[in-house]
Write a protein that binds this ligand. Structure first.
Ligand SMILES: Cc1ncc(COP(=O)(O)O)c(C=O)c1O
Length: 385
């Protein structure tokens, strides 16, 4: 008698970039061109994003974190200033606030979308408030009209952290096109990748300041006036940093950008399959899509209520991993609970804390096959039997 063994399941990662031959050819062409730093590819990538969003200007940088840092510096935000931001986010924006000497003021999120709550923002405004940094959670745009109105009424800078929302709309407004500034991430797991990379977009006066700050403070107009490629022939007008995107990264980003619509459509297809197959499970809440929203679907976040479901979020994640080789992720452990921020937090954030204890991100990316999607659905449903 021959022993039978269970088939070995290939691990399904939580996320994997979809890199095609045309992406590889673009990077190889950039390598062969002899121009490796910020140059023709980065400029073309900036132009593509600027035209796509209909914004005044765009600056391709080394990461979204760099874009956030430059946004605050360009707006002159510094010591003594307060910046209102959600805690249910990645640490990049609050870290940038501390780096410029400002104080992050964490506010709660809306229960349905987990987005920055405009009413909570309103309640947190003080005479020291200088800016709002709102985040489009998972790719579902915030209430852009309400946030814009609040910023205008109180003379505040509005920055959209659109790291998750490169192609998303709400009530006819494109995420990333409403703030004075907006930032995007092209990190390896994002809706499109340049390996590492980011983009700062928005008002031309602010992006011009950021461009100067992100290039060592080297006055490029002086370079244009006097320069003949002579590196001695420039001036440094502000103490800047070095945050530009290389042309190798931009070659990949630009190539991926051509596929953004197709990538997002596939993400939406996967999200629709999950919602259709999982929405009936007791204690599991599938993500809401408000009317008038085209979701970017960077994340597919479910909430597991341990009082109504047969298991809690952590147990579900462990079972998916150990029994089905399916990786998941959590977005996010709230920033105000992190060591650096524990003393900063003044308010309780009940919606944030409740969501953070229940949230789980299922795999949702264009490199997934239909079989992968079915595998996730069946693995989740099995836990409810
Ligand atoms: C909401 C948000 N903002 C900013 C960032 C930082 O992006 P980057 O890694 O490109 O600096 C991330 C990264 O995941 C993020 O999720």
């Amino acid at each position: 008698m021959t022993a039978t063994t269970a088939p070995v399941l290939a691990p399904l990662p939580w996320n994997r970039p979809l890199i095609s031959e045309d992406d590889i050819a673009s990077v190889v062409a950039a390598l062969r061109s002899g121009w490796l730093t910020h140059g023709p590819n980065a400029t073309a990538f900036e132009q593509a994003v600027r035209e796509d969003l209909g914004v005044e200007d765009a600056f391709a940088v080394s990461s979204c974190t760099a874009a956030l840092h430059l946004a605050l510096l360009a707006a002159g935000i510094g010591p003594g200033d307060e910046v209102i931001t959600p805690s249910l986010t990645f640490c990049a924006a609050p870290n940038a606030m501390l780096q410029v000497g400002a104080r992050p003021v964490f506010v709660d999120v809306e229960p349905a979308t987990l987005n920055t709550n405009p009413e909570a923002v309103h309640a947190a405004i003080t005479p020291r408030t200088k800016a709002i940094v709102a985040m489009h959670y998972g790719g579902h745009p915030c209430d852009l009209r309400a946030l814009r109105r609040l910023a205008d009424e109180h003379g505040l800078l509005l920055v959209e952290d659109a790291a998750h929302a490169l192609l998303a709309w709400r009530e006819g407004l494109r995420a990333g096109s409403v703030g004075d500034l907006a930032v995007f991430s092209f990190y390896a797991n994002k809706v499109l990748t340049s390996g590492e990379g980011g983009m700062l977009v928005g008002r031309a006066d602010l992006v011009a300041k950021a461009r100067l700050l992100g290039r060592h403070g080297i006055d490029s107009s002086a370079w244009k006036r006097h320069g003949k490629g002579n590196t001695a022939d420039y001036d440094v007008t502000v103490p800047g940093l070095k945050y530009v995107m290389s042309d190798l990264n931009a070659a990949l980003g630009l190539s991926q950008h051509r596929k953004l619509a197709a990538f997002t459509a596939r993400r939406a297809e996967i999200a629709a399959s999950y919602t259709a197959a999982l929405a009936d499970l007791p204690g599991l809440t599938t993500p809401a899509v408000l009317p008038g929203v085209q979701h970017g679907w960077f994340l597919y976040p479910v909430l597991v209520d341990p009082a109504a479901a047969p298991l809690d979020r952590t147990c579900l994640a462990e079972r998916l991993q150990t029994e089905h080789q399916i990786a998941t992720s959590i977005h996010f452990r709230p920033v105000h609970t992190r060591q650096v921020y524990r003393d900063t937090a003044r308010h309780s954030l009940p919606v944030t804390e409740r969501a953070a204890a229940r949230q789980l991100s299922l795999p949702c990316y264009p490199a997934m096959t239909d079989h992968d999607v079915d595998r996730v659905i069946s693995a989740v449903r099995t836990q409810w039997i």
